[in-house]
Design a protein around this ligand. Structure first.
Ligand code: GRF
Length: 213
């Protein structure tokens, strides 16, 4: 498949509403930002299902407030990663999800789930990939002493935080930053670019031409 360059930037509103499934493990502020963007008409999409893996994840509360179906898949109750991902893939497909959005999903995913949504799984990571993949990306950036970090939205591949990058935003590291202050500024940028990146990925996918043509 050949991907057309993502530039120029907006407008790239999809014609028909994208059917999104959100996967999250924690607070769900990125879920909230996507839901707000849809409400404001900035992203033509519907969130069909929110999947979470921690029983006390705040994202479930947020989903209920938005009237969006939510489903708990507690990873501790599954015999393997594949079994968990199989169940998640089935739930997403049953809800008609076309695009899977990992918005703070703190589990490694297997090929079982990735193959169910080829080139239609996105993740957000709080660094300028390929720098600082994996856990504690903000701590990693502070420890390395970089002066600019940020966030990245990328397609999901098997290796953690790998896959083609769709959009990034840069965030300066200020002299007195600690993890909390830097993370808060990175999250502001995450909330801004995630809806844009989803729309851009969908538009790019519409423009994707099979290599055989
Ligand atoms: C985000 O910072 C994201 O980059 C990381 O997990 C965090 C999730 O935050 N993968 P929230 O649950 O959306 O508030």
């Amino acid at each position: 498949m050949s991907l057309i360059s993502p530039f120029p930037l907006p407008p790239f509103t999809p014609q028909t509403p994208l059917r999104l499934g959100i996967m999250a493990s924690g607070s769900g502020s990125n879920f909230q930002a996507i839901a707000e963007a849809i409400k404001q008409g900035e992203l033509n999409a519907r969130i069909e299902l929110v999947i979470y893996n921690n029983p006390d994840a705040k994202v479930a509360e947020r989903a209920k407030q938005w009237g969006i179906p939510d489903q708990l898949f507690d990873h501790r109750t599954f015999s393997s990663r594949e079994a968990l991902d199989e169940a998640i893939a089935q739930a997403l497909q049953q809800h008609g999800v076309e695009w899977v959005i990992m918005a703070g999903w703190m589990r490694r995913v297997t090929q079982r789930l990735i193959s169910a949504f080829p080139e239609r799984m996105l993740n957000i990571h709080p660094s300028l990939l390929p720098s600082f993949p994996g856990m504690r990306a903000v701590e990693q950036a502070l420890a390395a002493g970089v002066k600019i970090t940020g966030c990245s939205v990328h397609y999901v591949e098997l290796a953690v935080d790998s896959g083609p990058i769709i959009m990034q935003a840069a965030v300066p590291v200020l002299p007195n930053d600690d993890v909390a202050t830097l993370q808060a500024r990175i999250q502001q940028q995450e909330h801004r670019i995630f809806p844009l990146a989803i729309a851009l990925a969908a538009q790019t996918s519409d423009m994707t031409v099979p290599d055989s043509i």
